[in-house]
Design a protein around this ligand. Structure first.
Ligand code: G3I
Length: 318
């Protein structure tokens, strides 16, 4: 059949998916595409399962936003990716500024991961249990988790998540690990250690927030280094930004770039699926973060497919 998810499944992948956000769900022209599980067989909430949204004050959980996305996935017959349990960003100040002992912060992480993952038990294909633990130079990010618990916090979160939903695939997710180098090596070393220690870990997510013309040439090699450890891998947040307004030549290069990224996943058996970080430029996170850049998604501002879409199709049918 046609549609990105239909093509991905025909090619042996589990899904082609997209991020979405609650505020977008009142846009009927948008949801007409989002809800079509021939295009998208998996969705990720861009914000509503994060710590600030789900446990804004200690011990008080709110799941209304996350539930809306989970219910949508169920209604549409789409897989759901939980995003995320432990991350330095969008962290309520009671956590980021808390004066915790190691024992206290361990309890905080266990309670957050356990309550969040339990709430969605049976509904989630995979969880980003730990998000973005490393700096770009491969050192550990000096966030509250690392500063109080050192390198032990991923294991605390992963064990709590496994106990809460034994059938969910548990991931660590990061960006700038798509090319060989210090950060990819740091991630490899972390997951090797977790496996050696018997800590539950099923996969590594490659965010793939790329720039037109700068897709790393070593991406497939890096994916294979992780699948060689027996882990699955996934492209979890793909978008490919450029200077706006985008030129025709940039959009043509973007088509090639989308094709090569998806082709790398196609070439690696353990790469289970691809998720774009929203499918339309109308709702992309890029322009608000990178001034003067955008046009990063496969559908444009008007919900019209771009050349990038054809690049994805070419890889999925290769
Ligand atoms: O909810 C508030 C709203 O009350 C307020 O009026 C408004 C004013 O700025 O801000 C709203 O919060 C925004 C939030 O998105 C929800 O829309 C934040 O400012 C904004 O910073 C936040 O951006 C999100 C970003 O993560 C934060 O780091 C993006 O939507 C989201 O797409 C992005 O996603 C991340 C992944 O989680 C991890 N990997 C990188 C990726 C892109 O940055």
């Amino acid at each position: 059949g046609t549609g990105l998810n239909a093509l991905a499944k025909a090619a042996g992948k589990l899904y082609f998916g997209t991020a979405t956000d609650n505020g977008e769900l009142s846009d009927a022209a948008y949801t007409a595409i989002l809800d079509n599980n021939k295009e998208f067989g998996q969705i990720t909430p861009a914000n509503s399962m994060k710590w600030d949204a789900t446990e804004p004050t200690r011990g008080t959980f709110t799941f209304s936003g996350g539930d809306q996305i989970a219910n949508l996935a169920k209604a549409n017959g789409q897989l759901l990716r939980g995003h995320n349990c432990v991350w330095y960003n969008q962290l309520p100040s009671w956590v980021s500024n808390g004066q915790f002992t190691a024992a206290d912060l361990t309890t905080v992480i266990q309670n957050h991961c356990s309550t969040l993952v339990s709430h969605y038990k049976g509904q989630v294909y995979s969880w980003d249990v730990v998000n973005e633990p490393f700096n770009d130079d491969g050192t550990w990010r000096q966030d509250v988790f690392y500063n109080v618990l050192g390198t032990t916090y991923p294991a605390i979160a992963l064990k709590a998540a496994r106990a809460a939903d034994p059938n969910a695939k548990l991931y660590i997710n990061d960006y700038n690990i798509e090319q060989s180098g210090a950060k990819a090596t740091a991630m490899l070393n972390l997951v090797k250690q977790l496996i050696a220690d018997g800590v539950p870990i099923d996969g590594v997510g490659f965010q793939c927030h790329f720039i037109v013309g700068e897709v790393p040439g070593t991406f497939q090699t890096v994916l294979e280094q992780f699948t060689a450890l027996g882990l699955e891998v996934a492209i979890t947040e793909l978008d490919i930004r450029t200077t706006t307004p985008a030129s025709q030549s940039a959009l043509a290069q973007q088509q090639k770039d989308y094709q090569s990224v998806v082709q790398a996943c196609m070439n690696v058996d353990g790469c289970v699926g691809i998720t774009v970080w929203d499918f339309t430029d109308k709702y992309s996170w890029v322009p608000s973060t990178f001034s003067g850049q955008g046009a990063a998604c496969p559908w444009d501002q008007n919900l019209v497919k771009k050349l990038a879409y054809n690049g994805i199709v070419a890889a999925l049918t290769s």
